[in-house]
Ligand binder design. Structure first.
Ligand code: PEP
Ligand code: MN
Length: 264
């Protein structure tokens, strides 16, 4: 059902006025994890200034170590919802437990399924059973075919609103956190009718590479870019090395706008 052969026209998903898949570049911006109201509100205000319509933030964090910050859970979703409402933004946040999908509908505009859960088939089915857009991230070591099959799990249950997100894959290369598989973007666009976004934060793991990676994503035909923004990355409870501070985010968006102009 996700195959372009079955449905030649692009799927366009309207989220809070952001029509993802319409040929324009859309952005999902926000902190790695929700840490508190002030933190999220600061970022929400900054992203709104650039016309970004989607606010991200992790409330249920899938951390490698059990001793690392695990997220604020439902309290985090409440904070996101409040800050988003104040700035007329839509909320994107990860859900890791199939049993939380129903409850999350009250808080979220987009359910994120993270890389570690791309093949959590019960979670995919639960997300497929609800009427809420899903941002599906590519698994850490998933082939493109496995990624497409994961989306198939969701769409086969009835939920057609899926955004695919390339977020880098695990290779032998250590210069970046993951290896951004940029060619996955046109392959996914050819093989499926779904919008494709690129997460430049988790793919590179390097603040200095966020802008060039975002430019590459746009040049190769991505429908949008996700990146993390934190008021003070040095003290962030997760992903401290790769989040942008607010002034860096402003410069990032200016460069994105310049590039969009040049491509016209
Ligand atoms: C995230 O986007 O918050 C995240 C944890 O990313 P990933 O699942 O791609 O590692
Ligand atoms: Mn992160």
């Amino acid at each position: 059902l996700v195959s372009r052969k079955k449905k030649p026209e692009d799927t366009i998903i309207d989220i809070n006025g952001a029509t993802i898949g319409d040929g324009n570049v859309h952005f999902i911006m926000g902190p790695c994890a929700v840490e508190g109201y002030e933190q999220v509100a600061t970022v929400a205000k900054a992203i709104k200034q650039h016309g970004v319509k989607l606010l991200r933030g992790g409330a249920f964090k899938p951390r490698t170590s059990p001793y690392d910050f695990q997220g604020l859970g439902v309290e985090g979703l409440e904070i996101l919802k409040k800050a988003a409402k104040e700035h007329d933004l839509a909320v994107v946040s990860e859900i890791v437990n199939p049993a939380h999908i129903e409850e999350a509908l009250d808080y979220l505009d987009v359910i994120q399924i993270g890389a570690r859960n791309m093949q959590n088939f019960e979670l995919l089915k639960a997300a497929g059973d609800v009427d809420k857009p899903v941002l599906l991230k590519r698994g850490l070591s998933a082939t493109i075919s496995e990624f497409i099959n994961a989306a198939e799990y969701i769409i086969s249950r009835g939920n057609k609103n899926i955004i695919l997100c390339e977020r880098g894959i695990r290779t032998y290369e250590k210069a970046t956190r993951n290896t951004l598989d940029i060619s996955a973007v046109p392959i996914l666009k050819q093989e499926t009718h779904l919008p494709v976004m690129v997460d430049v934060t988790h793919s590179t793991g390097r603040r200095d590479l966020l802008l060039p990676a975002a430019k590459a994503a746009i040049a190769i035909g991505a429908d949008g870019v996700m990146a993390e923004v934190h008021p003070d990355p040095a003290v962030a409870l997760s992903d401290s090395a790769q989040q942008m501070d607010v002034p860096t985010f402003h410069r990032f968006m200016e460069e994105m706008k310049d590039m969009a102009e040049r491509m016209k």
